[in-house]
Design a protein around this ligand. Structure first.
Ligand code: S3P
Length: 443
């Protein structure tokens, strides 16, 4: 059992009605940071990664790669230098690799390690050890990999060395970028072609970055394919600021009267833009300024000003494009007039926490009518009250209730916030610098 001293946030309302103001750069994109160091590790030559997320999740990936024999310098103010050792250069680690709270590390590395000639064991914390892993171990099994889970299909994952993987044509039952990426990484080691068809578009950072490393990836409609046995060549990667971290401020500045905030250098990959589409449909005033490219990834500065929000029926096709931002969107819904209805989002129940149940409980504790459903939630906008809510160790729940403080009738105490560190180190300080009344309390 992991022991972490509890970190609590105490947020106080914004009585003067100043809202959030100024300019802000949130930390590097988590999904892109993981992929940058993984691909750099198995490339030929050095890769220079700038803007790497120094949060616990991406650091878990970095540590695992070091233990697999990869020489890595940093991170130092977001700079990481990776000495790639080629597709066949990874070495057996001296014990289990600990992925902490990070589902992305575990699922992507399972794919990368499935075709190696040595055994590895992947372990995680209590939350990660409850999350479903058969979604990767089963299709990897179809490729010839052998990965043992425990009886519930959860970690630890024991990857047994296998002589050779073979490419497959796989139709994913759930829209998951982690599953797609895991199979593509295994596909680098497989005989022939590996193709993955997604039921709906999911983030495509793996495909874009593989191409950036000079590896051919073909996409036709919802199907992505690559052939095993090629070579990746190292280079330079500039990681954009994480839209998923920016989302808390997009909501915070939208709900707090008087706000005018600009978030700089944020990734605006179309496969991630659900949160902006949904908030705009609710009436949010978000402008994209200075759109440009950071390598293969589009970025922009996002200016957000306070605006009255209204409840909406969230279009189901936006769900995979906003999958990590729903806790923040639920706070927007709580502050909107009328009802917001989300369906087709059962995946939220198997994230770092059951995000439907945990958000519904917290909103209810604050006096908002929230009706959880198996695959979504119905939230009636109202007056957020004061009280204590539990984040259940889920970083995004903790930060969502923190920004709710901007519109609350009194202080909100949020318990179990230490994992904010997994994706957004320095959140409280940065949020305070633009106007959120937030205190961190330990113990
Ligand atoms: C991620 C994919 C998503 C997302 C997660 C990061 C990725 O998970 O929720 O935070 O980097 O590929 P799923 O693939 O489970 O939807």
């Amino acid at each position: 059992m992991d022991f972490q001293p509890d970190l609590r946030f105490l947020v106080t309302p914004d009585p003067a009605g100043h809202g959030l103001h100024g300019w802000l750069r949130v930390p590097g994109d988590k999904s892109i940071s993981h992929r940058a160091v993984m691909l750099a590790a198995i490339a030929a030559g050095e890769t220079r990664v700038e803007g790497f997320l120094e949060g616990a999740d991406a650091l878990a990936t970095l540590r695992a790669l070091r233990r697999l024999g990869v020489a890595i310098t940093g991170p130092d103010a977001g700079l990481v230098l990776v000495q790639g050792i080629g597709l066949r250069g990874l070495k057996a680690p001296d014990g289990p690799l600990d992925m902490g709270n990070s589902g992305t590390s575990m699922r992507l590395l399972a794919g990368l390690l499935a075709g190696q000639s040595f055994a590895t064991t992947l372990i995680g914390d209590a939350s990660l050890s409850r999350r479903p892993m058969r979604r990767v171990t089963e299709p990897l099994g179809l490729m010839g990999a052998q990965i043992e889970t425990n009886a519930a299909g959860t970690a630890p994952l024991k990857v047994v060395p296998m002589a050779g993987l073979r490419g497959i044509n796989y139709r994913m039952p759930v829209a998951s970028a982690q599953v797609k990426s895991s199979l593509l990484l295994a596909g680098l080691y497989a005989e022939g072609e590996t193709c993955v068809t997604e039921p709906a578009p999911t983030r495509d950072h793996t495909e874009l970055m593989l191409r950036g490393f000079g590896y051919e990836v073909r996409r036709t409609g919802h199907r992505v394919c690559l052939r095993g046995g090629g070579q990746l060549t190292g280079g330079r990667i500039a990681v954009p600021a994480d839209l998923s971290s920016a989302a808390f401020f997009l909501v915070g500045a939208s709900i707090a009267a008087g706000s005018d905030l600009t978030l700089t250098g944020v990734g605006i990959n179309p496969t991630r833009l659900g949160v902006i589409a949904i908030l705009r449909a609710m009436g949010a005033d978000i402008t994209m300024l200075d759109e440009r490219l950071a390598g293969a990834e589009p970025v922009a500065d996002l200016r957000v000003r306070a605006a009255p929000l209204k409840g909406i029926r969230i279009p189901v096709e936006q769900v995979p494009l906003a999958i990590d931002e729903f806790p923040a969107i639920f706070i927007a819904a709580a502050c909107a007039t009328g009802e917001t209805v989300l369906t087709g989002a059962a995946e939220l129940r198997v994230k770092e926490s059951d995000r439907i149940a945990v958000m519904a409980a917290g909103l209810t504790a604050l006096g908002i009518e929230a009706d959880p459903r198996p695959d979504g939630i119905r939230i009636r906008g109202g007056s957020l009250g004061s009280g204590t809510v539990a984040a259940h160790g889920d970083h995004r729940i903790a930060m969502s209730f923190a920004i709710a403080g901007l519109r609350a009738g009194g202080p909100i105490e949020i318990r179990d916030c230490a994992n904010v560190e997994t994706s957004f180190p320095g959140f409280a300080r940065l949020a305070e610098s633009v106007g959120l009344g937030i205190e961190e309390l330990w113990g």
